[in-house]
Design a protein around this ligand. Structure first.
Ligand code: AMP
Length: 221
């Protein structure tokens, strides 16, 4: 059986994690695991996880670790991720979650954690114009909308502005990133699992940079 590929993308809101994770999951034939998308799906239905997450997601705060960790643990036991691996985005978001992920994966481990770097001024502009498919999570912007009537080109789902992409909530989410998530860079660097990739420029250029970084790493295993 081919080796599984387990990748994590870190980066500020608006850095392009969602767009690039979809491309990498297609490239490597592994599922994309996005905790933000999972919460949005759970919140649409009538579910215990949705109820427990809602107030945090709406305020731009982190959902409690035990809720997120359990959701991810269950997702990773599904066959696709257990057999082939994953491209994960939105998790881990703090050191406790990163530690929990290592335990979930043991005796395996993350092959590479990518820090997708984009300056804050650029992400603020991107977030203000971002629109997202409510069904498959594909990202658009007001400058690059879907071809027809705000229906997703890939799945036909409604493309809308996220409720937490307002200025006040964005500021709070970026602040959370600096305080809680940015320390993960040093945490993963210390165990030689991190590659920093420039996330500015055309999405195709960024994908090429990511593939180069990942393939270099996978060649070493
Ligand atoms: P995202 O789409 O990744 O920006 O996530 C949207 C929201 O979901 C975040 O602002 C949090 O409220 C929640 N969320 C997503 N992933 C996590 C996580 N790993 N830990 C805690 N909360 C999360």
């Amino acid at each position: 059986m081919a080796l599984a590929t387990r990748l994590v993308i870190l980066g500020k809101q608006g850095a392009g994690k969602g767009t690039q994770a979809i491309r990498l999951s297609e490239n490597f034939g592994v599922p994309r695991v996005s905790t933000g998308d999972m919460f949005r799906v759970f919140m649409k239905g009538d579910s215990e996880i949705g109820r427990r997450a809602r107030k945090y997601v709406e305020a731009g705060d982190l959902v409690r670790d035990e809720v997120v960790n359990e959701m991810v643990r269950e997702r990773l036991t599904e066959l696709d991720a257990a057999d082939r691996g994953f491209v994960m985005e939105g998790f881990p978001r703090n050191v406790a979650q990163a530690d929990a992920l290592d335990h979930m994966l043991s005796p395996h481990h993350v092959d590479l954690v990518i820090e997708l770097n984009v300056p804050t001024g650029v992400v603020l502009k991107r977030l203000a114009s971002r629109r997202v498919c409510t069904v498959c999570g594909l990202n658009y912007s007001i400058d690059a909308p879907p071809k027809e009537n705000w229906s997703c080109d890939a799945c036909g789902g409604a493309v809308v502005q996220r409720e937490d992409d307002t200025e006040a909530v964005i500021t709070r989410r970026l602040d959370q990133y600096d305080k809680q998530t940015a320390p993960l860079v040093a945490w993963y660097l210390a165990t030689d699992r991190l590659a920093a990739v420039d996330g500015e420029g055309h999405p195709d250029t960024v994908t090429r940079r990511l593939l180069r970084a990942i393939e270099n790493r996978l060649a070493r295993r």
